[in-house]
Design a protein around this ligand. Structure first.
Ligand code: HEM
Ligand code: HEM
Length: 464
């Protein structure tokens, strides 16, 4: 089968777009991290923290994340089904619509148009465009799988299928709203029901944007890049089914100690604890796969990325269930501990695994070698150090914040005013910016390496 049939152009398009939106999001992340300790960096009205924060989360979750999911899922899909995409032209249209959609999302968020639902901020006309985009993706994924030439369905395909179905259901239900104008709508659900549906969606956005598609990449590219088959297919299947079953019931752990009925909170917490098992099923599978040749951690740069990525996933999936417990939630909820948790997952697990997958894919589709393993190693250490500084400082400041808020005098009055507790965060917020800066420099090395690899591949192609 030749490359044209594999439709590498669309894969390239999505990968490059994903990296582009990733840069936008990360630079804005840096800016908002500065705004938290230098308020004069809030340039009203477009460049204030409130607006930029949503541009940061949206361009990273939907631009970097979903862009990579589209491109890399198509890459994996074609190889595992041993056939080209069923509708390559549709995939190309999807690529253009995707970029128009993310650009429109950024512009409307800059303008302050929002549904005020976290990770579902986009107003209803954009929601409709996103549903159309997702249907295009679903049609190609299911069509290609149905017409596959390889009977066996490797685990990555199951994770892609789960992503397609779950995101569709979650996105549509949580975005049901009543439009009152072209750019304004109200959530169909009210009060505590609205919060319940929103966090059912919000937690599963983590589950089906930042977990299942990333696991699809991990299970495909780890064996490919190491040359070692996955340790246990049975374990991968058991982990998959238990993960998708448990994830959907856990959203209420975001609403502990709220007016949400107690039994729903408890149900959410029980499933949250259970989630450790399927998550660690994949962690163990990854470790045992490379366990037959640990030397690869020294000799093969991609192994390092994948194993560190799954390690952060492992840590994240112990920390997450712990946070869901009432006794822990009452200390860390609403504090900076949560962004610490978030960025270990996003900068550690998601970005490392996605970058490693792109390092694998780009040389393959450009018929060349990676430009520089040395640069890839520098990238690795910088993003690792940057992420650790970010997460650790946020955990410390989060515990401090929680403790200060709860401190009371003998007469029961609060020991510290809110502003007093806030100013104590400043040194940690400054350190976070340092961590973010190191991470950003690491990502610039990554982009340089990818750019040079593409250039080398294109030059060789032009000469041939
Ligand atoms: C240079 C790197 C980064 C910096 C400096 C940065 C900075 C920030 C800041 C300052 C916030 C707001 C925290 C708050 O409201 O208290 C935030 C939130 C967030 N960021 Fe980042 N970020 C970076 C990278 C990333 C990446 C790579 C992703 C995803 C792939 C990401 C996803 C998110 C998410 C989901 C939130 C919302 C967290 C929450 O509500 O608790 N960030 N980021
Ligand atoms: C077993 C798996 C996991 C569980 C049980 C879990 C649990 C939790 C809990 C309980 C919170 C709420 C903390 C609070 O506000 O009090 C939370 C927040 C969050 N987690 Fe996790 N987590 C898990 C894995 C992950 C992973 C893998 C990622 C991403 C890579 C992630 C990203 C987030 C984000 C973005 C938030 C912030 C939501 C917000 O308030 O805006 N989590 N998680």
């Amino acid at each position: 089968m030749n490359d044209y049939q594999y439709d590498n152009q669309t894969v390239k398009g999505f990968v490059v777009s994903s990296v582009f939106w990733g840069v936008v999001g990360i630079v804005i992340g840096l800016l908002i991290s500065i705004q938290m300790w230098r308020p004069e960096f809030n340039f009203a009205p477009f460049f204030t923290f409130g607006r930029l924060r949503t541009v940061h989360t949206n361009s990273l979750a939907f631009g970097l994340g979903v862009g990579a999911i589209f491109g890399l899922s198509y890459y994996i899909l074609m190889r595992l089904t041993k056939r080209p995409l069923l509708f390559p032209k549709l995939a190309r249209i999807q690529l253009y619509l995707f970029n128009i959609g993310i650009a429109a999302a950024a512009v409307t968020l800059f303008m302050g148009m929002t549904q005020s639902l976290e990770y579902a901020e986009l107003e209803w006309p954009l929601d409709i465009a996103i549903v159309i985009l997702w249907v295009m993706f679903a049609v190609n994924v299911f069509g290609t799988i149905i017409k596959r030439k390889e009977e066996q369905m490797y685990i990555s395909l199951w994770y892609i299928i789960a992503t397609v179905i779950a995101v569709a259901v979650l996105y549509i239900i949580n975005n049901l709203s009543i439009p009152v104008g072209p750019f304004k709508s109200y959530h169909l659900f009210a009060g505590v029901n609205s919060a319940n549906v929103e966090w059912w969606y919000g937690h599963n956005a983590v589950g089906f944007v930042f977990t299942t598609p990333i696991l699809a990449m991990f299970y495909y590219f780890l064996p490919k890049s190491t040359g070692i088959p996955i340790f246990s297919h049975r374990l991968s299947i058991i982990s998959f089914w238990s993960l998708v079953f448990a994830y959907l019931w856990t959203g209420a752990h975001h609403l502990v100690y709220t007016p949400l009925p107690d039994w729903i909170q408890t149900l959410g917490i029980v499933f949250t604890i259970f989630l450790i098992a399927p998550s660690w099923g994949s962690v163990v599978n990854g470790y045992y796969t490379v366990g037959s040749d640990w030397d690869k951690m020294n000799t093969q740069y991609l192994t390092k990325f994948f194993i560190m990525g799954i390690t952060f996933y492992g840590l994240q999936t112990v920390q997450g269930p712990t946070q869901g417990l009432r006794v822990v939630s009452q200390l860390i909820h609403y504090t900076d501990w949560v962004p610490g948790h978030v960025h270990m997952g996003t900068m550690g697990w998601v970005t490392m695994t996605t970058a490693a997958s792109i390092y694998y894919v780009i040389p393959k589709i450009y018929h060349t070698e990676i430009y520089s393993i040395k640069v890839a190693n520098i990238h690795f250490w910088l993003v690792l150090i940057g992420q650790l500084i970010f997460s650790i400082t946020m955990w410390i400041t989060g515990i401090q914040q929680g403790a200060l808020w709860k401190a009371v005098n003998d007469d029961g009055s609060l020991k510290y005013s809110f502003v007093e507790t806030l100013t104590k965060n400043y040194p940690f917020w400054q350190l976070r910016t340092v961590g973010g800066l190191i991470f950003t420099v690491g990502m610039l090395f990554f982009i340089y390496n990818i750019y040079m690899t593409i250039r080398r591949g294109s030059l060789a192609e032009a000469k041939a």
